[in-house]
Design a binder for this molecule. Structure first.
Ligand code: S3P
Length: 432
């Protein structure tokens, strides 16, 4: 599918974006650890999270949709599925399920689409193998498809070299099924939905975070099943951020409704503020997560250097690069090597595509430099990556953009096209 953005306009609009992807995945997966009925409102019905839910069903969960709620009942014991478990484009699905399946009896094969099958899985496979997991995968145990024979795993003391919520979540699940308490450390706190949700469900998990945001976690084995979830999934601040950038670059106003205000998720808004946008955060609720509205008013933007708190804004860096492309002066992103192993190599995707728009941009191994300028009409290669496609759709507010493989937007944000109508004229052409 090609998305042709013809022109944009200045706006003052409310955006009720789709539900949070990270929290929705966890609702599907963590329901499998409970006894009773999990009641989930506002579950994200995007390709990625529907794959997580489909896998829960293949593992024996009964899933019903009653009014606006999804109700999930877990089986007593996970069922061995009679086919491979398909994770689509989703790193979160494949990596978190690995931790659960490696520690539960049965034979499981996890795989995904052509993009997911290129992404590194050793970061989860290796620590799980060290505690006795029976896992193998292509490329010497690194790439999907992944075969797992689940069994009883040992407890662990693991210091992860990377700040990754997917690795952390997989290991926490393994720790819940281990024989004795386990210890996990990450060099910088990654998004902490897993800890918040599992604690809320009755798991014994102690987390401590020091002044440098290094994070240590003790995980105690489950003595009994967890309490079921009763949750309204907040909206996704990463999805909403495309509209925040849209407001910032067109000097418009976006009122973003009901998103999680978890500090590990809204750092990109703080950066946009530092670049000159006016932003207000209105806290409205606090269950599992702080939830509220964010109001973004666009003004003249200035360039910025970012090298800190990267895990808290990693998913928003492509959208931030759009703000950088129109800001006054130079912007630099460093310490963001992880961008190379996301849904696409996002360093390459950002730099190559900005250059096509006649914006000066330079690639580093761990980031990029962007000199703000005047954006020109361009044909963009999204590399099949939803966040690259949506970022350049937003740049289309300033000059016409033709974006390939835009169907990837449906992996995380199917309602994007509807909301985008409020601020832009666009056409969709079916074949690439
Ligand atoms: C996610 C964690 C992040 C993020 C991804 C979603 C999650 O990756 O980039 O889009 O839901 O756990 P890391 O595992 O690198 O933190």
């Amino acid at each position: 599918m090609i998305l042709k953005v013809v022109k944009g306009r200045k706006f003052n609009e409310e955006f009720e974006v789709d539900a949070d992807k990270s929290i929705s995945h966890r609702c599907a997966i963590f329901s499998l650890l409970t006894e009773g009925e999990n009641r989930i409102k506002n579950y994200l019905k995007a390709e990625d999270t529907l794959n997580s839910l489909e896998i829960a069903k293949k593992l024996g969960a009964v899933v019903e949709e009653i009014d606006d709620e999804i109700v999930i009942k877990a089986p007593d014991k996970l069922r061995e599925p009679d086919d491979v478990l398909y994770c689509g484009n989703s790193g979160t699905t494949i990596r978190i399920y690995m931790g659960l399946l490696a520690s539960n009896e049965g034979f499981y094969v996890l795989t995904g689409d052509e993009y997911l099958r290129r992404r590194p899985m050793k970061r989860v496979i290796n620590p799980l193998k060290k505690i006795g997991a029976d896992i193998d995968a292509r490329d010497n145990g690194n790439l999907a498809p992944i075969a797992i024979r689940g069994n009883k795993l040992k407890n662990f003391h693991y210091e992860s070299p990377i700040a990754s919520a997917q690795v952390k979540s997989a290991l926490i699940l393994a720790g819940l099924y281990a024989n004795k308490p386990s210890f996990y450390k990450e060099p910088f706190l990654s998004r902490d939905h897993t800890e918040r949700m599992l604690k809320g469900m009755g798991a014994k998990i102690n987390q401590s975070i020091n002044e440098n945001n290094e994070c240590e976690i003790e995980i105690y084995p489950l003595k009994e099943k967890l309490n079921p979830l009763n949750i309204i999934v907040p909206n996704d601040p990463s999805s909403a951020f495309f509209f925040a950038v849209a407001a910032a670059i067109t000097k418009s106003q976006a009122i973003i409704k009901n998103v999680t205000l978890n500090p590990t998720r809204i750092e990109a808004y703080r950066i946009l503020e530092k670049m000159g946008a006016e932003i207000d955060y209105l806290l409205k609720d606090n269950k599992y997560e702080p939830i509220g509205d964010i109001v973004v008013k666009g003004t003249e933007l200035r360039g910025i250097e970012i090298s800190q708190n990267i895990p808290w804004l990693i998913d928003e860096l492509p959208a931030l690069s759009i703000a950088m492309a129109v800001a006054n002066g130079k912007s630099i992103v460093r310490n963001a090597k992880e961008l190379r192993v996301k849904e696409s190599d996002r360093i390459k995707a950002v730099v190559e595509n900005l250059r096509k728009c006649e914006i000066e941009a330079y690639e580093f191994e761990d980031g990029y430099e962007i000199i703000g300028g005047e954006v020109k009409e361009a044909k963009i290669d999204s590399f099949g990556d939803h966040r690259i496609a949506m970022s350049f759709a937003i740049l289309g507010l300033l000059a016409p953009m033709e974006i390939t493989k835009a169907e990837s937007i449906n992996t995380s944000f199917p309602n994007f096209f509807n909301l985008f109508k409020k601020i832009a004229d666009y056409r969709i052409i079916d074949a690439d």
